[in-house]
Design a protein around this ligand. Structure first.
Ligand SMILES: [Fe+2]
Length: 208
């Protein structure tokens, strides 16, 4: 891995702050990074297949998608607490049966979406609540990546859901071994019966 260049607090966070998850070196702002088809460990490369025009909010699933409608929103902050502008949040997850697609290929999930923050750092996505993997004890989860101009894509902690029966000390210990601390999101139904959750994300500072 070549040395990374940290050209701003935000870029530095993404370039340096989550080294445990990182498999792609940061690129200087003036160059266009290239990516493998998947990230380290086979995670999908969201930036490789992102639509050209991104909004601060997105709808992942059609109205016909089986499952409980779910809306997650929040704000992405820079390490200093200011809203992070221009950050892309890529999320993907299993469907209501616990599979990523017909081939159970987690590297190419069917349900996925992208958001790009504006000056206020806000994001929102509407989808269905994913089911846990069949025949396993991993809590239901949504994977998330971040990336932006001049820095490459990397994973951040998963979304978990408060009250999931698979969330226990053993599951948390497994994540800790991987250097992760899932964000356990509380869900409440709104007036329309839609599950809603909040998760703010604070980008980590540079680790010099
Ligand atoms: Fe997963």
């Amino acid at each position: 891995m070549s040395p990374v260049r940290c050209t701003s607090i935000l870029a530095a966070f993404v370039a340096c702050g989550l080294a445990a998850f990182n498999s792609i070196d940061a690129a200087p702002p003036e160059s266009k990074p290239t990516y493998p088809p998947t990230l380290h460990g086979g995670a999908p490369c969201g930036s490789c297949i992102a639509p050209a025009d991104l909004s601060w909010k997105t709808v992942v699933t059609s109205a016909k998608e089986p499952g409980e409608p779910l809306i997650i929103s929040g704000t992405i902050h820079q390490p200093d607490g200011k809203p992070a502008n221009g950050v892309v949040l890529f999320i993907y997850h299993t469907d209501a049966t616990g599979y990523y697609n017909g081939q159970d290929d987690a590297s190419h999930p069917r349900l996925k979406g992208w958001m790009k923050t504006g000056a206020d750092g806000r994001y929102e996505f509407r989808t269905i609540k994913p089911a846990p993997y069949p025949h396993r004890t991993t809590p239901a989860h949504i994977h998330a990546h971040v990336y932006g101009p001049g820095y490459s894509e990397r994973s951040i902690d998963d979304y978990w859901f408060e009250g999931d029966p698979f969330i226990n000390a053993q599951a948390l210990a497994r994540m800790k071994e991987m250097g992760a601390t899932p964000a356990i999101v509380a869900l409440k139904r709104d007036g329309a019966g839609v599950l809603r959750g909040l998760r703010d994300i604070t980008l980590k500072p540079v680790q010099n």
